[in-house]
Design a protein around this ligand. Structure first.
Ligand SMILES: *Cc1c(COP(=O)(O)O)cnc(C)c1O
Length: 391
C-alpha cells in the first residue's frame, strides 16, 4: 500500500509548497538567546523566540539543572501516580501556585497537554464551554475531546460573549475559556469584563497564560495581576516553554478540587511521562530569580515600550500591543515574506505571518521583544526595518 500512500503524500506536500505555506526550519547551533548562530555560520539577532525574560540561556538555571542531574538523576521513566513524583515536582507545583496566587497546581509535559487534558475530566454533555475564536490550537483540541456543548465568541468581543452566555443558560455548568495574550496581535483578553460577565451569567473562567505569564502585569504574574483578579479565576494553564525558561513543561493551576480531579482523570497526566528532574529544578530556580527581583520584568517592559515608540516614530504601523508581541503590519502576504527574508540578510531574525495564520489582507511581521535585548540590538532591528522597507 505504501506506494499509493507515498504518491498521495507527495501530492499533498507539493500543494502546501505551491500555496507558499511550506514550513522550513532554520538550524541554530548556539544556545537560544537574543543573538544566535545558524548552521550556515551566519550570526543573527533573534526577534522571534518566546524567550521573553531572556532565561533560555541563564547560567543560574543551567547550574540548577546540572545540580539536579547529580542529585536526582536524568529521567523518571514513569508517570506521576506510579513512581514519577519526586520532591522537586511537588516543590515546583507549589512554586507555581504561589506565583499565581492559586490553591494547587498539576504539572504536564507541555501546555498542549494541560489544555488537552483539562476539559474532558471536568465537564460533560450537560455543560457548556464558551471559547474565544482565536484561542490556541491546544484549547481547540482539548474542547474537541470533551462532550460539553460548544459556544464560540469573536476575539475579545464582549457583546458576542454575552450573547453566547445567554444561549448557554440551558446548560448545567458554564466555563468561559480565553488566551491571556493572543499571539498574533499581542492583545490581552479583557479579563475584567470577562469576569464581570461570568458573575452576571453564572459561569467559571479559564485563562491560558502561556504568552502572558512572566510578561503581563507589573511583576509578570499575568492577566490576573493586570486586572486585579488574583485568586478569582477558577483555572489557569501555562507553559514552562516560553518566558519561564523555555525548556519544556506545562501546568494547570487553580481551585484545589479542580486540580484534585485532574490528578484522578486527566489523560495526558495519567498516561504520559513526568517532566525530568533537571527541568523541575531549573523551573524552581526560575521562580526564585523572577520573584526575588523585578529586574527582568522591568527591562522587558522598558524594551517593549522603547521598540514600539521608536517604530511608530519611524512611521511603521504597529498593532496596539499589551504584551511583548509587536505586529508590524504590512497587509500584503508576499511583501511580508520578502521583508522577513531581507531582514534576515540584514541579520535580523523575525517571522512573517499571512493567511491562513492571520486573516486575508492582514499579513505582518511579528517581532517578539525580550529582556535580553540590549538597546543597541533594538536599534539595529529598527534600522534594518527602515532600510528594508525604504527600498
Ligand atoms: C505556546 C502555547 C501553548 C503550548 O505550550 P507548550 O508548553 O509548548 O505545549 C499553549 N497555549 C498557548 C496560548 C500557547 O501560546
Amino acid at each position: 500500500m505504501y506506494n499509493d500512500f507515498q504518491t498521495y503524500l507527495a501530492e499533498e506536500l507539493a500543494k502546501i509548497e505551491a500555496a507558499g505555506l511550506y514550513k522550513n526550519e532554520r538550524i541554530i547551533v548556539s544556545p537560544q538567546s537574543s543573538d544566535i548562530k545558524l548552521n550556515t555560520g551566519k550570526e543573527v539577532l533573534n526577534f522571534c523566540a518566546n524567550n521573553y525574560l531572556g532565561l533560555a540561556d541563564s547560567s543560574a538555571l543551567i547550574q540548577a539543572a546540572k545540580d539536579a542531574m547529580d542529585s536526582h538523576g536524568y529521567g523518571m521513566s514513569s508517570v506521576r501516580f506510579i513512581c514519577g513524583t519526586q520532591d522537586l515536582h511537588k516543590q515546583l507545583e507549589k512554586a507555581i501556585a504561589d506565583y499565581f496566587g492559586t490553591e494547587d497546581t498539576i504539572l504536564y509535559a507541555a501546555c498542549f497537554d494541560a489544555n488537552g487534558g483539562v476539559f474532558e475530566p471536568l465537564l460533560n454533555e450537560q455543560d457548556a464551554i464558551i471559547s474565544d475564536a482565536l484561542n490556541h490550537a491546544s484549547i481547540i483540541d482539548g474542547v474537541r475531546l470533551c462532550k460539553a456543548q460548544r459556544y464560540r465568541y469573536a476575539n475579545a468581543d464582549m457583546e458576542d460573549l454575552e450573547n453566547q452566555l445567554k444561549k448557554a443558560q440551558a446548560q448545567r455548568f458554564r466555563l468561559i475559556v480565553t488566551d491571556g495574550v493572543f499571539s498574533m496581535d499581542g492583545n490581552v483578553a479583557p479579563m475584567d469584563k470577562i469576569y464581570e460577565l461570568a458573575q452576571k451569567y453564572n459561569a467559571m473562567v479559564m485563562v491560558d497564560e502561556s504568552h502572558s505569564a512572566g510578561v503581563v502585569g507589573a511583576t509578570g504574574r499575568g492577566v490576573t495581576e493586570q486586572y486585579d483578579l488574583r485568586g478569582k479565576i477558577e483555572i489557569i494553564t501555562g507553559t514552562l516553554g516560553k518566558a519561564f525558561g523555555g525548556a519544556v513543561g506545562g501546568f494547570t493551576t487553580g481551585k484545589k478540587e479542580i486540580i484534585a480531579m485532574l490528578r484522578q482523570r486527566s489523560r495526558p497526566y495519567l498516561f504520559s511521562n513526568s517532566i525530568p528532574p533537571m527541568v523541575a529544578a531549573a523551573a524552581i530556580k526560575m521562580f526564585d530569580v523572577i520573584t526575588s527581583s523585578n529586574e527582568l520584568q522591568d527591562r522587558l517592559h522598558a524594551n517593549t515600550d522603547y521598540f514600539v515608540s521608536k517604530m511608530t516614530e519611524a512611521g511603521f504601523d504597529i498593532k496596539p500591543t499589551q504584551s511583548a508581541i509587536c505586529a508590524v503590519m504590512l497587509y500584503d502576504a508576499k511583501l511580508a515574506q520578502e521583508v522577513a527574508a531581507k531582514l534576515l540578510d540584514e541579520g535580523i531574525y523575525v517571522t512573517g505571518f499571512f493567511y491562513p495564520v492571520v486573516p486575508q489582507g492582514q499579513a505582518r511581521i511579528r517581532v517578539q521583544v525580550s529582556a535580553a535585548h540590549t538597546r543597541e540590538q533594538l536599534d539595529k532591528c529598527i534600522a534594518a526595518f527602515r532600510k528594508v522597507l525604504n527600498k
